[in-house]
Design a protein around this ligand. Structure first.
Ligand SMILES: C[S@@+](CC[C@H](N)C(=O)[O-])C[C@H]1O[C@@H](n2cnc3c(N)ncnc32)[C@H](O)[C@@H]1O
Ligand SMILES: [Zn+2]
Length: 354
């Protein structure tokens, strides 16, 4: 079982259930009490003893000695039971059984119902969830592999076009070996006690290996100086990271000569008045490296990196007054160049509706 079912990679949705747990819930609610338990587990993709595998993983964590392939079988969510396997388990008239998920969200339940050969209705009051369900369950079922090819082509076209537009604002001097991929911004509020600009984040972790951010608050002339703001530095150990500036809805002022809590009501008041700001605190880079495989062949690997202070300053300077940034801060939704988005919409419509 995995907490990261594959549809996560297509679109994020809240509280998505793992695919295998969803499949178990669908199957168990349909099969009779006396159904074959071994066949049930096999249909879920569990083809070994997961308890033993969990024990092996635990031991590897304790001893630091890696176990190759502790499960001994393909990840369960990748397994689709064969037609015959499902006939043996649940009969030949499965499409007559209708599974309804009235609050289907990212669609794990209807997706698994359809994968098992049942009919399904996925519903959600949110139109984005509804669109997700159509795109990831209904269209692949209706159009098959042609949709995957069309999606790959449209997505790569979109990446190229958005890259062209952003290149004007985002320095990519070392492309294609090095590419800036994500720009991480923190929303800011003004501390009501010292007038400092406070970037809000529950923690400043960037990667599990200890990479994170240390805030350097510039106190200027002291409390009341409206120029007070933080600069950001990338650090490589958890101990060097700053502590979070927001917890349970309340903020914490990071300026050492203030350090007072900022009540959630103050944060809400600034948000409602439209006076929250934002600060770019880092840019994520991908760097291409070439390693050798066991057989001596070259293998391309992308390594995630964060820029040095100097690179950050160049990026910030470019962003400060650019029209794209002003456009983005006025609109709190994803932006894409209209010609590219129209083309994407046209091609998707053509692929889906013919
Ligand atoms: C926790 S999510 C479901 C996640 C889903 N089980 C999955 O694995 O992706 C709950 C969903 O219920 C939807 N919802 C809440 N109230 C609803 C209502 N009254 N009618 C329809 N959908 C509703 C929300 O929009 C949200 O997408
Ligand atoms: Zn303060």
């Amino acid at each position: 079982m995995t907490p990261f079912p594959a549809p996560n990679r297509l679109h994020v949705w809240w509280a998505r259930r793992p695919l295998v747990a969803s499949r178990a819930a669908v199957l168990a609610s349909i099969l009779p009490e006396g159904a074959n338990r071994i066949a049930f587990k096999h249909a879920l993709g569990i083809h070994g003893d997961p308890v033993r595998s969990a024990a092996l993983i635990d031991r590897a964590k304790r001893t630091g000695i890696r176990v190759d392939d502790p499960y001994g079988y393909e990840r369960a969510f990748k397994y689709s039971p064969s037609r015959q396997e499902m006939i043996d388990l649940a009969g030949d008239n499965r499409e007559k059984t209708l599974v309804l998920d009235a609050t289907a969200g990212g669609g794990a339940i209807p997706l698994e119902a359809v994968r098992l050969g049942f009919s399904a209705i996925g519903n959600d009051l949110n139109p984005i969830a509804s669109l997700l369900q159509r795109a990831s369950i209904e269209y692949p079922r209706r159009h098959g592999k042609v949709l995957v090819d069309e999606f790959s082509s449209v997505a790569s076209d979109f990446r190229t076009r958005i890259g062209e537009v952003l290149r004007e604002y985002v320095p990519q001097p070392n492309a294609p070996q090095e590419e800036a991929t994500s720009f991480l911004w923190a929303r800011t509020v003004v501390c009501p006690y010292c007038a400092g600009k406070v970037p809000l984040s529950p923690n400043w972790r960037l990667a599990p290996d200890g990479t994170g951010v240390r805030l350097t608050p510039n106190i200027c002339k002291g409390p009341g100086d409206e120029q007070r703001q933080c600069s950001f530095e990338i650090v490589t150990s958890v101990q060097d990271q700053s502590t979070g500036t927001v917890a349970g809805g309340d903020g914490i002022c990071p300026f050492p000569d203030c350090g007072r809590p900022i009540a959630s009501d103050d944060i809400k008041r600034q948000a409602l008045a439209g006076s929250m700001g934002d600060q770019l605190f880092t840019v994520v880079y991908k760097r291409q490296t070439i390693t050798k495989t066991k057989t001596g062949k070259n293998k391309i690997k992308w390594i995630r990196e964060f820029p040095l202070l100097l690179q950050m300053m160049t990026i910030k300077k470019r962003w400060k007054n650019c029209s794209l940034r002003r456009y983005l801060s006025g609109k709190r939704w994803m932006w894409c160049p209209s010609s590219a988005s129209q083309r994407v919409a046209r091609r998707t419509r053509r692929a889906v509706l013919g």
